[in-house]
Design a protein around this ligand. Structure first.
Ligand code: SAM
Length: 215
């Protein structure tokens, strides 16, 4: 068990998900060969599911990397979503921009360069779905800005919420990761304790936390 679920469980769940076609397959292969972190296969499927249910028109993503999840979300919405994605690493931005242009998503996916914490403060649009996948140690700091930017019935999906199991058990915590773990616990406490939100933490991939406002 390397992650947060049993290997046999993860393998079985993954075996149920069909392979993607191009361009997603090509991006997955590139990410694998170049050690670029992209969403786990079952989390990608979960995003596709949520987009099919919610049909978000405006999506905000924290953490672009090579543009894989942005492209996945846009394809999943059948091109009907506008995606704004934030990334601070120049090399990642260059790779993502290339991919977005190469595969014809330039009018649907906009990258904003910068640190999420700074960029979030400057945004004023409202989003139907916010996908947090950058700066694990700052989700608790991103939350107030994300709530400000979230549409009334919007949802926040936070990836890596259980961070290799460390968030759930002190026995697993690596010393160097203690700050990230504490802050992720703080994030989960904030979204769980606040009576105006409803949150479900799902032990899938590296753990995801899905939050929306109560009616
Ligand atoms: C896990 S990867 C994103 C993967 C992408 N969502 C996907 O699945 O295709 C996280 C990315 O966030 C970027 N990042 C980390 N902390 C950040 C921050 N505070 N502000 C902006 N980008 C950040 C990293 O450079 C990295 O490219």
């Amino acid at each position: 068990m390397k992650g947060i679920t049993y290997d046999y469980m993860e393998q079985y769940i993954r075996s149920l998900i069909e392979e993607h076609n191009e361009p997603l397959k090509e991006l997955e292969d590139y990410a694998h060969e170049n050690n670029v972190p992209i969403v786990h296969k079952e989390v990608a499927r979960f995003l596709e599911l949520m987009i099919n249910i919610k049909k978000p028109l405006k999506i905000l993503e924290l953490g672009t990397a090579i543009g894989y999840s942005s492209i996945l979300m846009n394809i999943s919405s059948k091109g009907n979503s506008e995606i704004t994605t934030i990334e601070r690493d120049e090399k990642m931005i260059a790779a993502a921009q290339r991919n977005i242009e190469k595969y014809g998503f330039a009018d649907k996916i906009k990258i904003i360069q910068g640190d999420c914490l700074e960029v979030l403060k400057q945004l004023n649009d409202k989003y139907d779905l916010i996908f947090m996948d950058a700066g694990k140690g700052h989700y608790n700091h991103f939350l107030p800005e994300c709530m400000r930017l979230l549409n009334k019935d919007g949802i926040i999906i936070a990836d890596n919420a259980l961070f290799r199991g460390m968030v759930a058990s002190d026995d697993l915590v690596e010393r160097r990761k203690i700050t990230i773990v504490k802050r992720m616990r703080e994030y989960l406490k904030l979204v769980s304790d606040n009576k105006s939100f409803i949150t479900s933490v799902i032990p899938m991939g590296d753990g995801i936390a899905v939050t929306t406002r109560r009616d």
